[in-house]
Design a protein around this ligand. Structure first.
Ligand code: GRF
Length: 232
């Protein structure tokens, strides 16, 4: 009988071979770039093994191709249902046998079955201090609310959109003269720090999703995400 049960970080990381990371994108791929850069450091515990985009014109594909990382485009057009798309996506992923999937600006809602299969082995980065501001246009919404702080969150992916257990946040102070672009650019810069850090922890076997649904770091459940404060 084939064992299709999800493998945990502990069972997949052997301490020698880098963890195989699949990155799913739809656009610029600046977070992908940060992950590639981190993976190219000496003794990085992970390698970007595959990049998949649902858009053929995603610049992130070029970023991967210029350093020889395999890419696939799986357009959502032509699939009648989300389930059919996610089944095709799962096939591409399984062929690459990743230990972890990183969603990096992948602009598709994934089906519960897909998410459940990869639960505990799929991360996302979201440009807000979750649980505040799930969904789109977070920078503008923060400015309209007059919040003094904004930021980004790395979290495990569950079926609840932007709702999975948080791991790590970068907090960014809102400045008096901010518009959505200026604020978003400062948040993005912090995303490029925290995403590779969380992936590294996972690859080192330090980070996992506990059976109680809480994030665990070094064997300890986190009651709240770890926070890095950016000065600007
Ligand atoms: C980032 O802001 C990320 O938080 C969000 O989508 C954006 C992707 O940007 N999920 P990039 O493609 O990584 O530059």
């Amino acid at each position: 009988m084939t064992d299709n049960s999800p493998k945990t970080a502990e069972t997949r990381f052997d301490g020698n071979r880098p963890l195989r990371l699949a990155v799913l994108i739809s656009g610029s791929g600046s977070n992908l770039q940060a992950l590639i850069d981190a993976s190219q450091h000496d003794q990085a515990p992970f390698q970007v093994a595959l990049v998949i985009s649902n858009r053929a014109d995603a610049f992130g594909l070029e970023r991967a191709e210029r350093v020889g990382i395999p890419t696939q485009t799986l357009s959502h057009r032509g699939f009648k249902t989300r389930e059919a798309y996610d089944t095709a996506l799962a096939e591409l992923l399984r062929a690459a046998d990743p230990g972890l999937i990183a969603l990096a600006g992948f602009m598709r809602i994934l089906t519960p079955g897909f998410v459940e299969y990869w639960q505990g082995r799929m991360l996302n980065i979201h440009p807000s201090l979750l649980p505040s501001y799930r969904g789109l246009h977070t920078h503008q919404r923060v400015l309209e609310a007059g919040d003094p702080m904004h930021g980004a969150t790395v979290h495990f992916v569950t079926a609840e959109l932007d709702g999975g257990p948080a791991i790590l946040q970068a907090r960014v102070p809102v400045q008096a003269n901010d518009d959505a672009d200026r604020l978003g650019a400062r948040v993005l810069k912090q995303e490029h720090c925290i995403y590779p850090l969380a992936v590294r922890w996972f690859a080192e076997g330090r980070l996992r999703l506990g059976s109680d649904g809480r994030t665990q770091l070094d064997g300890q459940p986190l009651d709240s995400p770890l926070i890095i404060d950016a000065s600007t």
